[in-house]
Design a protein around this ligand. Structure first.
Ligand code: AHR
Length: 665
């Protein structure tokens, strides 16, 4: 095979790019030469850049019941009774009268409680309350749950029975007793262990008494706050995470976590932002807040929990700080008005990364984590291009100057273009159809290499399939990822969004606010979409050197966007990276067409061993998908491949994503 010279590669790349840019040129040889076998060329003698080791990470926020009813282990819905100021939603009365009571606050954060009149209780008819969790309470055999609540009684001193029961009340899976309740607020804890029972989710937590406690005209009354039930968590951590979802994430080997949003960082209004200082410390001192995705967050998943999540999965935090702009266009003017928010961000950085000799580092130690977290990236705001006031340039400059002055080593990410400062990275967001993803898959090839500002693709997704993407989504994503990976000398970090969806109630006002999400779950099970598996393949199989590539005769398809000129899109996408450690070349090939595609692969500058491996994700049609009922319909398979060399032909199946691992001889 002819060795690709630098000049040839340059010229070929320019032709390819010109063809993408200029629809008139795309009519030419490539379509007419359709019968010719497409050829992918890799110049292993030419490394075009160092691949970013942190390219693939996670983006997360409270949306689609991501934490509450998702990753966060808590099973009780509306545990602090603040989800609705008018009534105790998600709670049922059992032969009792229940109401919200502002006159018996637990503290200033949890300033309302559930008043339960149990005066109708009797030996054969217990009275109390029940909670059905987030679309069910998962019951598993031989499992220990930790129940806890704050309570106080008036003319009532217990006992209380705490039980996990089936919704029809016919089966009690586990129960325990609190013998007496005092007249002052006190925390009570009960351990509930199931026997060898079948797995189920149509269950509830029930707290009842058989003693009415009534004294003359006084009704026996008990108040509750912070009623909690935790199953075993990932790594057995208190206030921890759901193990099955954590395992799905761990398998992706993500390198960073962008948190806490997204819109969730901003809130609809400034007073509904993610106010980090109110999310740390004991959970019963966190007031909680309304998420812009229209449901209540207890903030049990607070700043330290995000950091623990990073630590558990060896991810570095990409900390987004509130930058004085909320979704409904409230903003804080740069200057003295913004100064308290800038200070809040500095305090937050200190909480994350400061030593225990600092005020906020000491607070983190008090909260249970003396060691500082390694922090490299701070993002100022979220999608500030929505700020029509034009204040972002000034707001960004104020944050940038203050953060750089105190922490010059931090990389600062802007969320919209600014002129006043040179951000270290710019956060770009792309939610697109499959065709648009593919059409733009070569965009970063044109990004100026001398730019001081690098790229963070902080939210991206092919929005096909719901609640989780189907194979068409995975193909669009994979095409896009070849572009990011080939350019990961300038695209340093990237994260798909949204990450999670609870699929229990897909109707209006139910568990889903965004219709295409990477990982789905209900109270019992979780699954990865085809797009999840595509990303896992890209993230876990790649090298640290980007190799020069070129191609000939790639088949094209017509694309007619609405209200825009017709264009053509490639049907094969690819990129190649190599491990500098062992010389393995990772060639990723996406065949988005419905036909098997024979492709000639020519590699110069390396000797290729005949044996390698191929990991393939494929479907019979682009609509095929995984679901909560059929969780592993589409998963990658890995096989040994023989007959590899520096010049070989391989057939790529229809609708497929392949990672070929080519070893050097
Ligand atoms: O990912 C869903 C939302 O999309 C994010 O919250 C926001 O940043 C974007 O508009």
């Amino acid at each position: 095979m002819k060795k690709l010279s630098l000049a040839f590669l340059f010229a070929a790349a320019n032709v390819a790019l010109a063809q993408m840019d200029n629809p008139a040129m795309t009519n030419a040889p490539e379509t007419k030469a359709a019968p010719a076998v497409p050829t992918l060329q890799i110049d292993a003698g030419k490394v075009t850049g160092k691949a970013s080791p942190t390219l693939y990470g996670l983006m997360t926020e409270e949306i689609n019941y991501s934490y509450e009813g998702g990753l966060y282990g808590e099973l009780i819905r509306n545990r602090s009774f603040k989800a609705d100021p008018a009534k105790a939603i998600y709670w049922d009365a059992i032969r009792s009268a229940i109401s919200l009571d502002k006159s018996q606050p637990l503290n200033s954060a949890l300033d309302v409680s559930l008043k339960v009149d149990v005066s109708k209780a009797s030996k054969n008819s217990p009275a109390g309350i029940a909670n059905g969790g987030y679309w069910g309470i998962p019951v598993r055999p031989k499992t220990t749950y930790h129940a806890s609540f704050y309570a106080k009684g008036s003319h009532f001193s217990g006992p209380l029975t705490v039980a996990i029961e089936s919704n029809d009340g016919k089966t009690t899976f586990a129960s325990g007793t609190v013998d007496s309740i005092s007249g002052d607020w006190k925390k009570y804890e009960v351990t509930l262990t199931t026997a060898d029972v079948p797995v189920s989710k149509d269950n509830k937590l029930v707290i009842t008494t058989t003693k009415p406690g009534t004294f003359f005209n006084h009704h026996g009354t008990v108040w509750f706050q912070q009623v909690s039930l935790f199953p075993p968590t990932y790594d057995h951590q208190a206030n921890g995470f759901r193990p099955d979802i954590m395992q799905l994430l761990a398998d992706m080997q993500p390198k960073f976590l962008r948190f806490p949003g997204g819109n969730y960082l901003e809130g609809d209004y400034i007073n509904e932002r993610f106010n980090w200082k109110q999310t740390v410390g004991p959970v019963e001192t966190r007031p909680g807040h309304r998420s812009p995705w229209n449901y209540w967050s207890t903030d049990g998943m607070g700043l330290l929990e995000f950091l623990n999540w990073c630590e558990d999965l060896h991810m570095q935090p990409v900390l987004a700080v509130f930058a004085g702009y909320a979704l409904r266009h409230d903003y804080v003017k740069p200057g003295p008005d913004l100064a308290p928010y800038v200070q809040d961000a500095l305090d937050e950085i200190e909480y994350v990364a400061g030593s225990t000799n600092t005020l906020w580092g000491a607070q983190r130690a008090k909260d249970g984590h003396p060691a500082p977290f390694a922090l490299n990236y701070v993002e100022v705001g979220n999608e500030d291009w929505f700020d029509r006031s034009g204040s972002y340039d000034g707001r960004f400059a104020q944050f940038y100057d203050a953060i750089k002055a105190k922490y010059p080593q931090l990389q600062i990410i802007a969320t919209a273009k600014v002129k006043s400062r040179v951000p270290d990275l710019l956060d770009e967001h792309y939610y697109r159809s499959q065709e648009e993803m593919e059409l733009h898959a070569l965009d970063y090839d044109k990004y100026p290499r001398d730019s001081k500002t690098k790229i963070f693709v902080g939210e991206w997704a092919t929005r096909v399939g719901s609640p989780t993407p189907n194979m068409a989504g995975a193909l669009g994503d994979a095409a896009w990822m070849t572009g990011m990976e080939r350019n990961s000398d300038i695209v340093l970090i990237s994260s798909y969004a949204p990450l999670f969806v609870n699929v229990s109630d897909l109707g209006r006002g139910g568990s889903m606010q965004w219709r295409t999400d990477l990982i789905g779950y209900d109270a019992l099970n979780s699954y990865g979409s085809p797009a999840y598996y595509a990303q896992k393949m890209f993230s876990t199989m790649r090298g640290d050197e980007i190799l020069a590539t070129d191609s000939q005769n790639i088949p094209l398809k017509d694309y007619q966007p609405r209200n825009r000129p017709k264009s053509q899109i490639r049907q094969i996408f690819f990129d190649a990276t190599r491990s500098s450690q062992n010389g393995t070349i990772y060639l990723k090939v996406v065949n988005e067409s419905g036909e098997p595609q024979s492709v000639k692969i020519q590699i110069s500058g390396a000797s290729i061993a005949p044996e390698g491996t191929a990991t393939v994700l494929k479907a019979n049609n682009p609509d095929e998908t995984n679901s909560i009922q059929d969780r592993e319909k589409i998963v990658p398979t890995t096989e040994k491949v023989d007959g590899l060399s520096a010049d070989f032909t391989r057939e790529f199946p229809p609708y497929s994503i392949t990672v070929l691992e080519l070893r050097s001889k």
